[in-house]
Write a protein that binds this ligand. Structure first.
Ligand code: SF4
Ligand code: SF4
Length: 249
């Protein structure tokens, strides 16, 4: 399969790369980006900044309806300055480095994945994304995909992103036209506005209708990652009528 520039195959599953403040291009890539945030990115960022999901979405993002196969996308807002810099970049690097979005972590590799509906197995392949301005490729340090993934903390991102991709690429029908705005609101809440989803779980008839194990109910009161797992399991039901969580009798 051919890839247009700047994508390149990974030869022997390895590549040379390093990014550090000694490079003349340091932080130059953190500007004028069209950075779509995934639900797990939003979770990490809002917690890092000590904000509610609503406040994070209001202050740091732009919503683009219909961009992910008809589902709304959330883009990180760039600052309105000359270079349209990322709100988190500083002269010494990324100020939220430990919680930076998955797209910033994975560069300079790209990952494509596919999951068979209802199965836990994910197929994936990787390639190199060679941006012309990036001098990191001239550095001698060698990486394999596995040790890059480990070094950049990519595992939880892949876990959540794969489950979410399964939803936005789902082949099922969304049903009647008139139901779609309502379904998009549910999608938005469960994907990006976790605090609102928590309220929905505990303040509606959700727990009477869905058979969520006691142990999970306890965890999702405070654990956002458990809550996002539940949200992604649940979403297939309102969107496509698929019972991701068993219904109570
Ligand atoms: S352009 Fe490449 S090497 Fe330079 S700061 Fe960005 S990622 Fe690092
Ligand atoms: S989040 Fe951090 S790494 Fe990503 S573009 Fe912004 S400053 Fe750069």
């Amino acid at each position: 399969m051919d890839h247009p520039e700047p994508f390149e195959y990974l030869e022997n599953n390895s590549f040379s790369f390093a990014c550090h403040p000694g490079l003349p291009c340091f932080t130059e890539c953190c500007r004028d980006l069209r950075l779509a945030l995934t639900p797990y990115d939003v979770l990490r960022l809002k917690n890092r900044l000590g904000l509610t999901s609503n406040d994070f979405l209001d202050q740091y993002t732009v919503i683009k309806p219909g961009e992910h196969n008809g589902f709304p996308a959330v883009l990180l807002s760039m600052l309105e300055n000359e270079h349209r810099t990322c709100p988190f970049v500083t002269p010494s690097g990324c100020r939220i480095y430990e919680d930076r979005p998955g797209a910033c972590r994975i560069y300079p590799i790209g990952r494509a994945s596919s999951r068979t509906q209802g199965q836990d197995k994910t197929r994936e392949f990787h390639f190199v994304v060679k941006e012309g301005h990036c001098l990191g490729f001239n550095e001698p340090r060698q990486w394999t995909v596995e040790n890059w993934s480990q070094d950049q903390g990519l595992r939880p991102y892949a876990f959540f992103n794969d489950r979410w991709t399964e939803i936005i690429t789902h082949k099922g029908s969304l049903g009647n036209e008139e139901m779609i705005p309502n379904k998009m609101q549910m999608f938005f809440m469960a994907s990006y506005n976790l605090d609102r989803f928590r309220q929905f779980v505990f303040e509606s008839t959700f727990l009477q209708r869905f058979d969520v194990p006691e142990e999970s109910i306890y965890k999702i009161k405070t654990d956002d990652e458990e809550l996002l797992k539940l949200a992604l399991q649940w979403l297939k039901f309102p969107l496509f009528g698929e019972k991701g969580i068993p219904l109570r009798q």
